[in-house]
Design a binder for this molecule. Structure first.
Ligand code: FKS
Ligand code: ZN
Length: 343
C-alpha cells in the first residue's frame, strides 16, 4: 500500500493548548507523524510518496471561501495586531449573541473556531495545505483506479473542522476534502467510516444534509467527551441526508467487545449503502494508554479493525486523524493497515 506523506506537517508545531485552565504542551505534535512514517518503513508497507499540489479549489468544495481566506491570512493578521507567538481563540459567538464577522483578529478567531486548544502558528498554513494535498493525492490514486487502497498520512488532522470552523487540532477537514474529491472524480456514493475516539463533528456538519456521502462515526459519548455538543445517537441526517448519518456513541471505559460490536454495526451500514469508495478517518486514540482518551483497545485489536474493513471489499482511503500515545502510535496505526492488507 502506498503512503502519501509531506514533511511540511512539521511546520505546524503549536506551543500550547488551554487545558484545565492552564497552557499545556500540545498533544498534537510533529513526532506523531514522524513515528507513523517510521513504522511504515520498518514494516515495509510500501512506498512513501510526496503529495501533488491541488491548489485551493478542492478545499472550497467543502469549506466556505471566506474561511479558507481567513486561515490563509490569520497568522499575518495575528502577528501584526498582537505579536509573534501562537494565536489561540478565547471568545465565541454562542447562541444569544450574533454572528457578525469582527474586524480584529481576536474576534475572527472566535468567529471561525470551536475551542481554545487549536493554535495558529507561523507554519500552520503551509502544514494544513500540505495535509489536505496528502488527502487529495490519496483520493486521486483511488479515483483513477491506480490503487485499490492508500494511506494518507495527514497531519494536522481534520475531522473536527467544519465548513467554516477550525478546532480540535483540525483546520481543513482532510477526510471530507478527499470524499468530495472522490465524488467529483465520478464516484456516485462515498462512505466515510470515522473510528477516531472523538466524534467527527466537522465531517458530520459538512455532509449532514447529503445522501451521496454516508458518514458512520464510532466515538466517545459527547455527554462525557469532547467535542461535547455533537455526536449523539439521534443525529441521523437532515432533509435529503436523513438516514445517511449514523452515530455510535460509547461510554468511557469501552473495550474491544463493545467497540467491535459498534464496528460491526457501522460496517453493515456501509455495506448496505454500497458505496463506490470508502474513506476511513483513522484515529488510534481509542488505545488504552492514550493520554487524553478513555477507551481500552489494545495494540493487537488494531489489525482486527483493518481486517473487518477489508471484508467490505471497497476501494479504501485511510486518512490519519488522532492518537496521542506517541510511543505506540506507529504500531497501532500501521497495525490497522497490516490487518487490512491481510497481515
Ligand atoms: C481533553 C480536551 C480535548 C481536544 C481533543 C481533540 C482531539 C482531536 C482528534 C483528531 F483526530 F482530530 F486529531 N481537547 N480534556 O483526535 O479527534
Ligand atoms: Zn481523536
Amino acid at each position: 500500500m502506498r503512503t502519501i506523506y509531506s514533511p511540511d506537517h512539521a511546520r505546524h508545531h503549536g506551543q500550547s493548548e488551554l487545558i484545565d485552565g492552564k497552557l499545556q504542551p500540545c498533544f498534537e505534535k510533529p513526532e506523531r507523524a514522524f513515528l507513523v512514517k517510521a513504522r511504515i518503513e520498518e514494516r515495509g508497507i510500501g512506498p512513501v510518496e510526496p503529495p501533488r499540489s491541488f491548489g485551493l479549489e478542492p478545499l472550497r468544495r467543502v469549506h466556505r471561501p471566506d474561511f479558507v481566506a481567513f486561515l490563509e491570512t490569520a497568522w499575518t493578521e495575528w502577528t501584526a495586531q498582537r505579536g509573534a507567538y501562537d494565536a489561540l481563540p478565547l471568545v465565541w459567538p454562542v447562541p444569544g449573541m450574533r454572528r457578525v464577522l469582527p474586524e480584529t483578529i481576536d474576534g475572527k478567531l472566535g468567529y471561525y473556531s470551536i475551542d481554545a486548544g487549536t493554535p495558529i502558528t507561523a507554519g500552520t498554513w503551509q502544514a494544513i495545505r500540505a495535509s489536505a494535498d496528502v488527502a487529495l493525492t490519496g483520493a486521486a490514486l483511488i479515483a483513477s483506479g491506480e490503487e485499490r487502497a492508500a494511506f494518507s498520512l495527514c497531519r494536522p488532522p481534520g475531522h473536527h473542522a467544519g465548513s467554516d470552523f477550525f478546532g480540535g487540532y483540525c483546520y481543513f477537514n482532510n477526510a471530507a476534502v478527499a470524499a468530495q474529491h472522490l465524488r467529483d472524480a465520478g464516484a456516485a456514493r462515498v462512505a466515510i467510516l470515522d473510528v477516531d475516539y472523538h466524534h467527527g463533528n466537522g465531517t458530520q456538519e459538512i455532509f449532514y444534509d447529503r445522501a451521496d456521502v454516508l458518514l458512520v462515526n464510532i466515538h466517545a459519548d459527547p455527554r462525557q467527551e469532547y467535542p461535547h455538543f455533537l455526536g449523539h445517537a439521534d443525529e441521523t441526517g437532515a432533509g435529503l441526508g436523513e438516514g445517511y448519518n449514523l452515530n455510535l456513541p460509547l461510554r468511557w471505559g469501552t473495550g474491544w467487545p463493545l467497540w467491535s460490536e459498534a464496528l460491526e454495526t457501522g460496517c453493515q451500514k456501509v455495506a448496505g449503502f454500497a458505496p463506490d469508495a470508502l474513506v476511513v478517518s483513522l484515529g488510534v486514540d481509542t488505545f488504552k494508554d492514550d493520554p487524553i482518551s478513555q477507551f481500552c483497545l489494545e495494540s493487537h485489536h488494531f489489525p482486527l479493525i483493518g481486517q473487518r474493513i477489508a471484508r467490505l471489499g471497497l476501494p479504501t482511503l485511510f486518512v490519519m486523524e488522532g492518537g496521542y500515545a506517541v510511543a505506540e502510535i506507529g504500531v497501532n496505526a500501521v497495525g490497522v493497515l497490516e490487518g487490512y492488507l491481510g497481515g
